[in-house]
Design a protein. Sequence first.
Length: 293
Amino acid sequence: MVHVRVFLGAPTTADFDADPNDFVWQPSLTPLTYLPATLDAASRRISFLYQNVIFDDSDRDDDDHPDGSTFLTWLPTPAENTTGAPSFLRPSGSLPRGTYETQETGSSIEYSDASSIARFPNFQFSLHKVTPLSSLYQAAKSGRGSRKVNVLLAALEVQGPDSVRVKKGPDAGKEVSVLKLILGDEQCFVCKLTAWRDTAEAWGGFGPSPALKRGDILYFENLMAAWETAGTVTLTASPYNKPTTEICYRTMPYTHEDNKLRPDLRLSQSDAVVSKVAALVRWFEDMAGLLGV
């Protein structure tokens, strides 16, 4: 027999007259939303961590430059840092294992085997399709290049969408939308993503899908990656390449509706994709100071 647990509100006055053996009342947990002050503090912490990351948009035109005309640079890091990324993005090394905040809880808790999965993850991709940032930085050591990639990364910053005027080409003089993101992974590699035109508007929330936000764990398909020799990797999302994105997890929920984007990650012990997403969640929450809040 299949048993289904249904969470209801508090009993009414009439319910007290019923036979108590017919049902069992259990409290439902309030979906998680952080206080505005907590989210503001986390945002300031993330911004402070990458304040030495500088974007040069001086010669930016539009997505007529699929190999990237804007670059991400940072100050030199100690010699022992072999990731090619700033040392301030390294995790503390004290990340807890086996504890997660789900959409049904208000704090990090450790689950028992008897507790039920609150919201099953349903990620629509395979890790075999994902290109690690580390491999792109490794390729940059051999010279300039570009290729189409799929990536799974955490959003450290989201700016826009804004309107810019095209300077040249058949659309010269027209205004198009642009959305800029700073992305990173648990290996402490960082890159910039620029989305253009309809893609920027869709990912910025001008459509049926929710807007991308800081702290989101994101899977992207059909991005163009470009790099200079021993330089920084930049990503471009142009509608000509039909890029797509999937919000795998929202680490910074602002509203109760955001909890729909917070699947239960306890399956990470048995599912490789969920494990990868959980690792990115732990890395971001550790940097943002959200662990244990």
